[in-house]
Write a protein that binds this ligand. Structure first.
Ligand code: GLC
Length: 431
């Protein structure tokens, strides 16, 4: 069951990851809770979790492809059911966009069907602005020193804390042990052509925004102006990044099918053994080390964009508590359990999910089983946040729809970014 074990990571991580994200701790500064403001939210006392009413809370999360959600729920029940506290799992689709849609549908109906929701790091601004979440500031400030700064910052908006960090995330380039490790994106594409190709998430959804921004930020591009008021997407740097991705498909470095891939399809393709490289999140260390690739996968930090820099995108999920929950105290107990050292350690050992508390990365068992743990921690701390805005989903949609059109050959990279640029400006004008 310890699927995170036996997977190699090259030692170059130690050497190269430090340069990842040229703006250093950009994730902590750019998404600071200073932006925006939310008033009139319901606040949950930290003590609410101490002896909440007995019952069952529902934990809603995206498709549990690795089994980590079922594991967490089972562990919670094993620990607390004798006291009358239970959790049950509801799975939403694998697509981040569809998870968001499912949660929104329930919140708009004032439904109590999700007490705790596994909320992507990008949704804090939107969900809190809509007043769908409990303000968890009392609990989070009391526990703040326990968390890594970057994931903690993703629950901070309008000067308040809206969730409990659950898992953090960053992407790597996976390849078969023994292959060369490309040091630039250009080299990745060139080598991929000789080794079966690179697979990644190119379908029109949130994942493609991440995959594109990793190259775009590395090339020196940005999404929004420094004051966050207008789009700067249509820049020469971003066009260069998209041109590399588009020519990668045209010239056979990536299969055309990536334009339909989300994470599960990417894993399925890579584990056939047919492709030389894969871009995917940290969970893939454990998840893809099966079948023909068991013990044969290696991973490297995302490379440099030739002539420019390096960048990775901060991913991850937070436990947020719905204002329509009938037992928010029990919901907080579950969120607290998820963030506990024991659960965080189990998540990285069994499922290669990035812990949100630093002590896990120095735990001797984790060090032994996951030799790259300290580099992973560094990668998270240096990753770029995606733009923080209540209209982030529209910004992202403008990016992924048009980038997908370019990848599929329907429009030129330049035309795609021009269109996305104007759609982002329209979205920004709505709030
Ligand atoms: C991963 C990341 C999340 C990102 C999503 C995109 O789940 O953790 O932050 O938005 O992938 O598909």
């Amino acid at each position: 069951m310890r699927r995170g074990l036996g997977i190699a990571i090259v030692s170059t991580i130690a050497l190269t990851v430090t340069a990842c994200g040229s703006s250093g701790s950009s994730s902590s500064s750019s998404s600071s809770g200073g932006g925006g403001s939310v008033s009139g939210a319901k606040t949950l006392a930290a003590s609410a979790m101490n002896s909440p009413p007995k019952g069952t809370i529902t934990y809603c999360t995206g498709k549990d492809t690795t089994g980590d959600a079922a594991y967490t729920v089972a562990q919670f029940n094993a620990k607390y059911s004798a006291q009358g506290y239970h959790a049950q799992l509801v799975e939403f689709p694998a697509s981040a966009d569809q998870q968001r849609a499912q949660f929104i549908q329930r919140q708009q109906a004032h439904s109590s069907s999700c007490d705790v929701f596994s909320s992507d790091v990008i949704w804090t601004a939107e969900f809190s602005s809509q007043k769908w979440l409990y303000d968890l500031t009392p609990y989070v400030t009391a526990n703040a020193s326990k968390f890594i700064a970057a994931p903690l910052d993703t629950v901070h908006y309008g000067g308040k804390y809206w969730g409990v960090p659950q898992t953090s995330d960053a992407a790597f380039i996976y390849y078969k042990k023994g292959e060369a490790v490309p040091s630039t994106w250009q080299q990745v594409y060139a080598d991929a052509k000789k080794t079966g190709g690179i697979v990644y998430q190119g379908a029109p959804y949130e994942g493609l925004t991440c995959d594109f921004l990793e190259l775009a930020f590395a090339a020196g591009g940005q999404v929004l102006s420094a004051d966050g008021k207008k789009s700067v997407l249509n820049s020469p740097q971003n066009v260069k990044a998209l041109e590399l991705m588009v020519s990668g498909i045209k010239q056979g470095s990536a299969p055309q099918a990536v334009t339909t891939y989300m994470e599960p399809e990417t894993d399925q393709a890579f584990t056939t053994g047919k492709y030389g490289y894969m871009r995917n999140w940290t969970y893939a260390y454990a998840a893809d080390s099966t079948g023909a690739l068991k013990g044969k996968i290696a991973a490297a930090p995302l490379p440099t964009f030739a002539g420019a820099g390096k960048a990775s995108i901060l991913g991850g999920h937070n436990s947020v508590i719905s204002v329509y929950s009938k037992d928010p105290g029990l919901a907080l107990k579950f969120a607290d359990f998820f963030a506990s050292p024991a659960m965080q350690k189990a998540q990285i050992l069994k499922f290669s999910l990035a812990a949100v508390i630093p002590s896990v990365y120095t735990d001797p068992d984790v060090r032994k089983a996951v030799p790259y743990s300290s580099q992973l921690l560094q990668a998270l701390s240096q990753a770029h946040a995606r733009p923080v805005s209540p209209v982030y989903p529209q910004i992202s949609q403008a990016i992924y729809t048009n980038v997908n059109d370019a990848l599929a050959g329907r429009v030129s990279p330049q035309a795609a970014l021009q269109k996305a640029d104007s759609q982002i400006n329209s979205a920004l004008a709505t709030f």
